[in-house]
Design a protein around this ligand. Structure first.
Ligand code: CA
Ligand code: CA
Length: 320
């Protein structure tokens, strides 16, 4: 199996970065990630960090997928997320919903264990509160076509979406904008609420196992009906399938703008997938589509729109 070590980390997703590894479509690859503070830079004793030559929100990669060509879609199936044995979080005096309340930065470290009764991986938040871990991927994206995008920023390429539904068992669809796609992964969270309101999740490092498959535009062109759906999917990227729902994940300068984009991209895809007209697809979205905030703390804000896959299946749609 292809393994990309944590030494292959960068704080930008760019076509200029040399591939760390190569694989074929259909292969399974392990990304060994650092935490968003570049591992151990922030500690309880030193919550400000060393401010040395650390990477900001490093992601591991990039992975060159043979045969991936601009215009294709990269399907990334998250097979497994394994965490190291602790996570760290901090307060912020400059970002997030509570920064006006703090005069200084404080960091806390939490060690993971298995609950003595349930066996579930988690941690003691304090003496009364046990929390089960729900591991998720903060940063996962392909290289954009033109300028590189910092690993702290989300966008149409994916990146720092901080969507907690990107978890083990989910399937993410990303654009291929450069040859090989150049997939990077980082910024694991052991737990995070929608919004990431306090500036961070329970930041940690670990190993992510991903199966990557290229959905070829050239193949889809052979069948007009399949190509129509493919184009609708491509127009709605990044797309996520998890827990029986299909989700558009959109980022913009404001939450309002991100919500508008997420809802519209999902309506367009649902209409194409179901054959519903403009009126019915808009009404179906209003009845069945759920907006949710992914994060409010990154340079662009991220909102997802969730729609039941089972409804689209009634119209004959099935995901690649
Ligand atoms: Ca993040
Ligand atoms: Ca993070």
């Amino acid at each position: 199996m292809v393994f990309i070590s944590r030494e292959n980390a960068a704080d930008i997703l760019t076509a200029r970065q040399a591939p760390a590894a190569f694989c074929e479509s259909g292969d399974t690859v392990i990304f060994e990630t650092r935490d968003c503070y570049d591992d151990n830079d922030i500690t309880e004793e030193n919550p400000l960090g060393t401010k040395g030559e650390k990477l900001e929100n490093p992601s591991t990669g990039p992975l060159f997928v043979e045969g991936a060509w601009p215009g294709d879609i990269l399907k990334a199936e998250i097979r497994k997320i394994e965490l190291r044995d602790y996570g760290i979080m901090r307060t912020s005096t400059t970002g997030g919903a509570f920064c006006h309340l703090y005069k200084e930065r404080t960091a806390r470290r939490f060690f993971f264990s298995h609950h003595p009764e349930t066996g579930h991986l988690g941690f003691w938040f304090d003496q009364k509160l046990w929390l089960n871990a729900d591991p998720m991927i903060g940063v996962i994206g392909t290289a954009p076509a033109k300028e590189g995008v910092p690993a702290i920023t989300p966008g149409s390429h994916g990146g720092n979406m901080d969507c907690r539904r990107i978890r083990q068992g989910s399937v993410l669809y990303l654009p291929v904008s450069v040859p090989g796609a150049l997939l990077s992964v980082g910024d694991l969270h052991a737990l995070m609420g929608d919004g990431e309101t306090g500036i961070c999740g329970l930041e940690t490092a670990g190993e992510v196992t991903v199966q990557v498959t290229v959905i070829k535009e050239a193949e889809k062109r052979k069948n007009p009906e399949e190509f129509r759906i493919f184009q609708a999917m491509r127009g709605a990227l990044p797309l996520l399938a998890e827990g029986g729902q299909l989700m558009t994940i959109q980022s913009a300068e404001t939450l309002d703008q991100a919500a508008f984009l997420a809802a519209n991209r999902m309506r367009e895809l649902a209409a194409a997938a179901s054959g519903m007209d403009l009126v019915n697809s808009g009404m179906a979205m209003s009845l069945l589509g759920d907006l949710a905030v992914c994060q409010i703390v990154n340079p662009l804000k991220t909102v997802r729109c969730q729609f039941p896959l089972e409804v689209l299946a009634r119209y004959g749609f099935c995901l690649d």
